[in-house]
Every structure is written in C-alpha cells, then in structure tokens.
Design a binder for this molecule. Structure first.
Ligand SMILES: CC(=O)[C@@H](O)[C@H](O)COP(=O)(O)O
Length: 256
C-alpha cells in the first residue's frame, strides 16, 4: 500500500488527464491503467463557460482522488492562488506544487517551490511538490513537511526517461516520505526502472496520452510499475565485474 498523508492507494501509478486524442480514449486509458490518482492542470479547468468541453466529462470523478497541479505559476504567490482555486472546485484531495522557473526546459524554480510548499502546508493542504532531481532540495522539502516528493526523471513531456538515476537513488534512500517519480517517463522500461530504484510511485502523462494506442500503453505502464515494484521488493542480485557460472561445479565429483 502506498500512503500519502491520510490517503492509501493500491495502485502506484498517478496518471495525467491532458493531451489525449479525445475524451473516450482518455477514459479508456484511465480505466485500463487502474490508477486511483488523476492529475490535471488547474488552468485547464473551465470555470467561466459551461458550454466549453470539460476535460473530466467522461471520468467517474467519485472513483478517484485528485491531484491538481499549479502549472502556469511563475512564483509561490501564484501557485498558492491556483491551489486555492483547485480547492474551491472540490477536486483537490492533494495538491502538486509546480512552479516553473524556465519556460524552455520547464524545470521547477527551487526557491519558489519551497516557499509555496511551506505556505500550503501551513494552510493544511496535502502537498506533493514537483522538484528537479536535486538531492538537497528534496531533503529540504521533506523537512518542511511535504507529504511526498516528486522529482522529475527528465523534462516534462520529453520522454527521455531517467537521465540521472544516481540522484534519484540518493533522493529515495534519504526520503522518509514517498517518492513519486514525475515527468519525462517515455516507456514502460523507464517506469519499471524508477520502481526498481525504489520509487514509491510514478506520475506520467505524455507517454500514455501521446502513444499510438494510449489504452495499450496505459496497461503496459500499469504492468511495468507493478513489475518494477515486485523486482525492488524481491531484491536484485549484485552487479559483478566478472562472470560467475550459473551452474557451479564446486562439490560435484568428476566421476573418475
Ligand atoms: C500532468 C502533469 O502533472 C505533468 O506536468 C507531469 O509532470 C507529467 O509529465 P509527462 O507528461 O512528461 O509524463
């Protein structure tokens, strides 16, 4: 079971709801993934015009916990305002602090992320900050009281997979709260790798919504995350520099 704040989940896959070819395909992918947590950008919420399409219109919202993100925020103040908007919508069980510091790379602003996390924690939110794979920053977010840490594997939407596994490993080793690898996952192998490193979960969007067959990819991601977790729990063998025969001859008589 994955525990975040007062919530418990059996699925370790957090799925984004954006960029699907249409809402039927989105729903199919969400169903097949068996995710329990859906994430979305608050700025996509249509609060002004009821005639505009609603990106959750096919989703049975009562079946999920929602993790809105504060994408679009350029500083802590804006992130807090967006989080409050999400809270007012009733679709905010937890909040993903996302303060982008660089529009080209979409990497987070560490200082404003810390500030926004602190303010929202003080206001009683369940806060999951999206951060770079900076080990010290991850520790500082945890010390503030963040309910989970969400380091990026690589830039959002890049599909590059885990570009710095060592940093992720350090973050995972030091963390006392769940670590959810977020952003940049491109394939099921990337998701399985994150889980094998010991991540508690994976948040992804583009790899599924942009796949040739999003439904199939959602299933592949679900299985990869389950498989990676199982492998982590089983404990992998140590890597050795030299060969080690799989059928040892030691102790077997030569018969002569
Ligand atoms: C939906 C969401 O929160 C994204 O910002 C998230 O970071 C996923 O990134 P990918 O699209 O790279 O999976």
């Amino acid at each position: 079971m994955l525990k975040i704040g007062s919530f418990q989940f059996s699925s370790r896959l957090f799925l984004g709801t954006g960029k699907y070819p249409n809402f039927d395909i989105q729903k199919q992918a969400v169903d097949v993934s068996e995710t329990e947590v859906l994430t979305f950008s608050v700025r996509r919420m249509n609060i002004y015009d009821a005639k505009q399409p609603n990106f959750l219109e096919k989703i049975e919202v009562e079946n999920y916990k929602f993790l809105p993100n504060t994408a679009g925020a350029k500083d802590a103040e804006e992130a807090v305002r967006i989080a409050k908007l999400a809270n007012a919508s009733g679709l905010c069980d937890m909040v993903k602090v996302e303060v982008i510091g660089c529009q080209k790379t979409l990497l987070p602003d560490p200082v404003e992320t810390l500030k926004a996390t602190e303010i929202l924690l003080n206001e009683g939110y369940t806060v999951l900050p999206y951060t770079s794979d900076d080990v010290v920053l991850a520790r500082k977010l945890e010390e503030l009281g963040a309910h989970a840490i969400m380091p990026g594997a690589s830039p959002i939407g890049s599909g590059q997979g885990i570009i710095n596994p060592l940093n992720l490993q350090f973050i995972i080793e030091q963390a006392r709260v769940p670590v959810i690898v977020d952003a940049g996952i491109g394939s099921p192998a990337d998701a399985a790798f994150a889980m094998e490193l010991g991540a508690d979960g994976v948040l992804l969007n583009t790899a599924v919504s942009g796949a040739g067959d999003p439904g199939k990819m959602a299933e592949a991601m679900k299985l990869a995350i389950q498989s990676g977790r199982l492998g982590y729990e089983a404990g992998r063998i140590e890597k050795k520099a030299y060969a080690n025969p799989s059928s040892p001859t030691e102790g077997i008589s030569s018969g002569s």
